[in-house]
Design a protein around this ligand. Structure first.
Ligand code: NAD
Length: 498
């Protein structure tokens, strides 16, 4: 697959068969209203498919089927080794259908096929496998008590988990939620972003093929303010795992308060700083990774390193190095393996990015980029863009742009760098580049973020938790810690004759 040509990807894409209905209770069904919405390829503007537009009625059906399945126990009470075998099979099926899964995301939201087939789709298989393998290795606890008392602290499944996910990594965001929630024995109702529902629908079908029982994994496509809201307000959903913007994360907290006090785990926006010191070992690598940190996935990454703080002594040279890299990453057809950047997800997001860029041109120094472009005369594409001389107060440095736009700010001292990096409502991730170990550790201690990457960007693995502080939300995906979200602690206290 990695050696596929542009033409081969285009041929494969044109032969794809999309799943367009909601997946409820083990089968594909139309929305109760019969309504559909268009799924549009942002690289070409063409309509890929008409997808079922789920509303409260469909969410009710999906939650009812999830609850029935949970109570029936075919999944929730399945022995851990058996549940593991089903999830391992699902991981295998994702690998068998890797090209298709990658194409669905690339076509639906514009990411490079090269990234989808090397990062997103294999990542999904890996995360399902990782959680499958964890199922029969996580032990419960016995609390310290005196003789005659046995106090068990058990982790039990919650019941019905609602998941609402964004469009930037459609398959992986669905996976991060579903893999851990299913591994913990729950039933899941997933509402994918309306911009990118296709891979989640195919994932549900593959889960059924792997042996996930009917009703355990449901996918209801639809709009956020209708289907997402209905899931957030549902009285029979035990937990709502959300990834998306801070504004909508806030809404889910409100929905919970207005309904059944369901647990809500928001994983929201970011404006992650990348701090580069003059003493960093390899400035070439730092520049490569700084460019990757903001331009990968068109900058549509919650932990994108969108604020670059560079020590003043090397700032001009470093910006020149970055300009070279940005200029070499111009957008192209996402299906062309030679392209270095894909399409922005839709017209609305493109317009929003361009508004920041246009305002930035009047308040900072545009180093490179700054234009919306087309590929073959079509599509939503934005050049990789760098602004220098950005002030902390500038929206370029303050707001989450969620596009390929980097803001550069010079600093003189370590304290100044840390204090500027912390000056944000967000606290998702940060990077530091230095060869001074004590400095790296000191800064890692002092940054108010969920992940600090030292001499790299965006360190992420199945083994380590991912999530934020402050208004980046407090949910954690990945690692065994994500079981904290999808299980409840139950104490069982037994008296016996000692
Ligand atoms: P969004 O908040 O607009 O949408 C996310 C999801 O919420 C979608 O499924 C959408 O349909 C739904 N939604 C929208 N309005 C709703 C409403 N009123 N009620 C209920 N549900 C609603 O975010 P987006 O534009 O899809 O994604 C971009 C955002 O996601 C960025 O802010 C990014 O930082 C964030 N993100 C965070 C992480 C993380 O792990 N912290 C990861 C990826 C993306």
């Amino acid at each position: 697959m990695l050696d596929h040509t542009h033409q081969e990807w285009k041929t494969r894409a044109s032969g794809l068969d999309f799943r367009c209905q909601a997946f409820i209770d083990g089968r594909f069904v139309d929305a109760a209203s019969g309504k559909t919405f268009d799924s549009v390829n942002p690289a070409t503007g063409t309509v890929l498919a008409q997808v079922a537009e789920g509303d409260a009625e469909d969410i009710n059906r999906a939650v009812a089927s999830a609850r029935r399945a949970f109570e029936a126990g075919h999944w929730s009470r399945m022995p851990p080794g058996d549940r593991k075998a089903v999830m391992l099979k699902l991981a295998d099926l994702i690998r068998k259908n890797l090209a298709e899964m990658a194409l669905l995301d690339s076509l639906d939201m514009g990411k490079l096929i090269t990234d989808a087939v090397t990062v997103d789709a294999p990542g999904s298989a890996h995360f399902f496998q990782w959680y499958a393998e964890a199922i029969d290795k996580v032990y419960d606890e016995v609390a310290p008590t005196g003789p005659g008392d046995l106090a068990l602290v058990r982790r039990v499944s919650l019941g019905v988990v609602g998941a609402v996910t964004p469009w930037n990594f459609p398959l992986d965001m669905a996976t991060w939620k579903a893999a851990a929630a299913l591994a913990a024995g729950n039933s899941v109702v997933l509402k994918p972003a309306e911009q990118s529902p296709l891979s989640a629908l195919r994932l549900a079908e593959l889960a059924a093929e792997a042996g996930v029982p009917d009703g355990v994994f449901n996918v209801v496509p639809g709009f956020g303010h209708i289907a997402g809201r209905a899931l957030g307000l549902h009285m029979d959903v035990d937990c709502l795992a959300f990834t998306g913007s801070t504004a909508i994360g806030r809404k889910f907290m409100e929905y919970s308060g207005q309904s059944n006090l369901k647990q809500v785990w928001p994983e929201t926006g970011g404006k992650s700083p990348n701090i580069v010191f003059a003493d960093c070992d390899n400035l070439e690598t730092a520049a490569d990774m700084a460019a990757f940190g903001i331009f990968f996935n068109q900058g549509e990454v919650c932990s994108a390193n969108s604020r670059l703080y560079v020590e003043r002594a090397i700032k001009d040279d470093f910006v020149a190095m970055l300009k070279e890299r940005a200029d070499a990453m111009q957008p192209g057809d996402p299906l062309d393996p030679a392209s270095k950047m894909g399409a922005i997800v839709d017209e609305k997001q493109t317009a929003s990015i361009m508004q920041f860029v246009e305002e930035g041109k009047t308040s900072a120094n545009l180093v490179t980029g700054g234009a919306r472009v087309t590929v073959d005369g079509k599509g939503c594409f934005v050049q990789p863009t760098i602004f220098d001389e950005v002030t902390q107060e500038n929206p370029l440095a303050r707001d989450e742009i969620f596009g390929p736009v980097l803001s550069v700010i010079a600093f003189d001292t370590e304290d100044e760098a840390v204090s500027m990096a912390n000056e944000s409502i967000y606290g998702l991730a940060a990077s530091v580049w230095t060869d001074n170990l004590s400095r790296a550790c000191r800064i890692a201690d002092n940054l108010h973020v969920g992940t600090v990457s030292v001499n790299t960007v965006d360190a992420l693995s199945a083994q380590t938790p991912f999530g934020g502080m402050k208004q980046s939300g407090f949910g954690r995906d990945l690692s065994l810690h994500s079981f904290d979200k999808y299980t409840a602690l139950k104490t069982i206290w037994i008296k016996y004759k000692a």
